[in-house]
Write a protein that binds this ligand. Structure first.
Ligand SMILES: NC(=O)C1=CN([C@@H]2O[C@H](COP(=O)(O)OP(=O)(O)OC[C@H]3O[C@@H](n4cnc5c(N)ncnc54)[C@H](O)[C@@H]3O)[C@@H](O)[C@H]2O)C=CC1
Ligand SMILES: O=C(O)[C@H]1O[C@H](OP(=O)(O)OP(=O)(O)OC[C@H]2O[C@@H](n3ccc(=O)[nH]c3=O)[C@H](O)[C@@H]2O)[C@H](O)[C@@H](O)[C@@H]1O
Length: 433
């Protein structure tokens, strides 16, 4: 099958390379010439385990990259995997996605063949019609009624996680097909047939708006689950109890489940913060304020401040040298978008502390955000001479730290991710334990 993937970022590159790996002929389209050149040279434009190998295997063969939309109509399906960033008020900006939809429409305008355009990006249900309208504008014909006979508009949201994107794509729990016409649904069956032949996943068939609501509800549920364990964790801390012991026990109840119960500094990244705020903004646009979701965001926003307050109980932060261990939004990635490290660093600096930061891979990305921080080359270097340390990302290498703490001026550690072992001589505080 011939498939276009428009947008070659985290989602688009994973999708394009994985579809090529499933045996499809894939054209990756991006407006960024450097990204296109990187793909055609056989490398992935982003850091994601296993992705370089897939791109290297298929580039120049079943995977081709281009900046041009000229050949869009030679494929059966076009996926749009374009960024949908937050606006100031939390709602999503669909400008870039709509522009791509319109360009896709223009490229399909001269053709008489059937074609399915599928949204992979995360788009709030009330914003979907404006993306469909942009496609129709490019096409210069209606998508509804008889128009749906030639070009159909669908949604197929993505559930992969950064750091495990390639295996998540290949082994999904579910696939969600949001279409309005049967032939579009059948085309999605053809796209995923090779994957489903190897991996048993549920296929949910619905309309495009419900498909997108499933995506938002999925992320909102997971984000709220983490916020609930953090809220309970703050209660446990006040009671002098260990939240991890409590979480392990409640996770044994099938109805709760053991995953996403790691309490601490809360969630960051490009999606949970963006998607929870977008869902709230979209719901408020319709006149309903989702109380629980707002609370989930509020709990998440408070965790960094709680960590700094714990540190402040042990260290006078004014003029103190404080090590921040971990800058990525989670281990396994160099992505610092909405990392909890950002509010932690800001709060420390507001109190007059001098921050020395270390991350195994994300230091360079964070240096674009905080240009004037001191970045250490190792955790040991960050700790040497520090009067306190905050553990922000749960990298495995931090668990192995031991004698490095002896080089601190004052051995005070506040752990936001439960990675450091308590040890003799260390003043240790866990955020929720
Ligand atoms: N990053 C993630 O883990 C996940 C992201 N999503 C959603 O997927 C969507 C894409 O996210 P990312 O891949 O992270 O974004 P990204 O920012 O990494 O990639 C977007 C790409 O689209 C390209 N682009 C922009 N306008 C274009 C146009 N007119 N024509 C062709 N290319 C164009 C950009 O140059 C960029 O390479 C977002 O809606 C996001 O919420 C969904 C699941 C997981
Ligand atoms: O829509 C998206 O982009 C993606 O968002 C998340 O994936 P991701 O943000 O890559 O990473 P997660 O592993 O979900 O972690 C998100 C944040 O929650 C935090 N977290 C996670 C789990 C936990 O128990 N505790 C906790 O604090 C992590 O540290 C991290 O900051 C979802 O898990 C994916 O299903 C979804 O496709």
């Amino acid at each position: 099958m011939r498939i276009n993937v428009v947008g070659s970022g985290y989602v688009g590159t994973t999708l394009a390379a994985s579809l090529a790996d499933l045996g499809h002929e894939v054209t990756a389209i991006d407006i960024d010439e450097e990204i296109v050149a990187t793909l055609n040279n056989g490398s992935a434009p982003i850091h994601e385990p296993g992705l370089d190998e897939l791109v290297a295997q298929h580039a120049g063969d079943r995977l081709r990259a281009t900046t041009s939309y000229d050949d869009v109509s030679t494929a059966d399906v076009t996926f749009l995997a374009i960024q949908t960033p937050s606006r100031e008020d939390g709602s999503i900006d669909t400008g870039a996605l709509s522009a791509a939809a319109e360009m896709t429409g223009e490229a399909l305008a001269g053709s008489t063949d059937r074609h399915l355009v599928v949204i992979k990006s995360t788009v709030a249900p009330p914003s979907l019609p404006c993306v469909a309208d942009a496609l129709a504008t490019g096409l210069d014909e209606s998508l509804v009624g008889d128009g749906g006979d030639r070009v159909a508009f669908g949604a197929n949201p993505e559930f992969l996680r950064e750091g495990t994107a390639v295996s998540d794509f290949r082994e999904p729990d579910k696939l969600v097909f949001g279409t309005d016409v049967e032939w579009a649904d059948e085309l999605l069956d053809d796209v995923y047939a090779p994957l489903l032949a190897e991996h048993d996943a549920s296929v949910v068939r619905t309309d495009p708006a419900t498909a997108m609501m499933i995506k938002y509800a999925n992320n909102a549920f997971l984000a709220a689950k983490v916020s609930l364990i953090n809220d309970l964790g703050n209660v446990c801390k006040e009671f002098g109890l260990d939240t991890y012991e409590v979480a392990e026990a409640i996770g044994l109840d099938d109805r709760i489940g053991e995953r996403f119960l790691r309490s601490g500094l809360g969630w960051g990244g490009s999606c949970f913060p963006k998607d929870t705020k977008a869902l709230i903004a979209a719901a408020e646009g319709e006149g309903y304020s989702p109380v629980l979701l707002r609370a989930a965001v509020e709990v998440n926003d408070h965790q960094p401040e709680r960590l700094v307050a714990l540190l402040e109980e042990e260290v006078d932060l004014e003029g103190a040298r404080i090590a921040v261990l971990g800058l990525a939004f989670k281990p396994g990635t160099d992505d610092v978008r909405n990392s909890r490290a950002i509010p932690v660093i800001e709060a420390l600096r507001e109190r007059g502390a001098t921050v020395v930061a270390y991350d195994p891979v994300a230091g360079e990305n964070m240096s674009e955000r905080f240009t004037e921080l001191e970045y250490a080359d190792s955790a040991a270097d960050a700790l040497a001479g520090a009067e306190g340390a905050a553990v922000v990302t749960g990298w495995d290498e931090f668990a192995a730290l031991d004698s490095e703490f002896d080089a601190m001026a004052d051995p005070v550690v506040v752990d936001g991710r439960r990675v450091i072992e308590r040890r003799e001589g260390l003043v240790y505080e866990g955020l929720t334990w």
